[in-house]
Design a protein. Structure first.
Length: 136
């Protein structure tokens, strides 16, 4: 199983431009969410854009569209069985590329949905079902 997780763009808190760097809160949350995948060697993280945004603001649609060729190239290179969008920006990009995906909330500490443990537990259960279902 090759699983690809797509985020928006690097956090300004990241010490590098790696997607969901574990030095960031988002990276720590995502690592916890994916604890059930430990030992998998076929998980990759990419961002819609490789550029940090000013003040960590969401990417504008024009910025998403501009980044699509690079994102599509990364996806084709990895050739995943399943794709997970982490937040609305990633969902918009994958929708524009007409790719099937499962949407999770973005793991940012600024995301109020993360304050609802029942919601997160439900989404994690749905994610596991999606990943374990037959390939698209």
């Amino acid at each position: 199983m090759k699983l690809l997780l797509v985020g928006s763009n690097p956090s300004n808190a990241s010490s590098n431009n790696n997607p969901f760097d574990e030095s960031t809160n988002s990276g720590k949350v995502l690592s916890k969410w994916l604890s059930w995948t430990r030992g998998w060697s076929s998980i990759q993280f990419v961002n819609v854009s490789d550029t940090k945004s000013q003040d960590n603001k969401p990417l504008r649609k024009s910025e998403i569209v501009e980044a699509l060729p690079s994102l599509e190239s990364k996806i084709l290179k990895f050739n995943p069985d399943k794709i997970v969008a982490l937040g609305k920006t990633a969902s918009m990009a994958l929708t524009l590329l007409r790719l099937p995906f499962f949407e999770m909330p973005h793991p940012s500490g600024m995301n109020r949905q993360l304050n609802d443990p029942k919601f997160i537990a439900q989404k994690l259960e749905e994610l596991q079902q999606y990943v374990k279902s037959n390939p698209n």
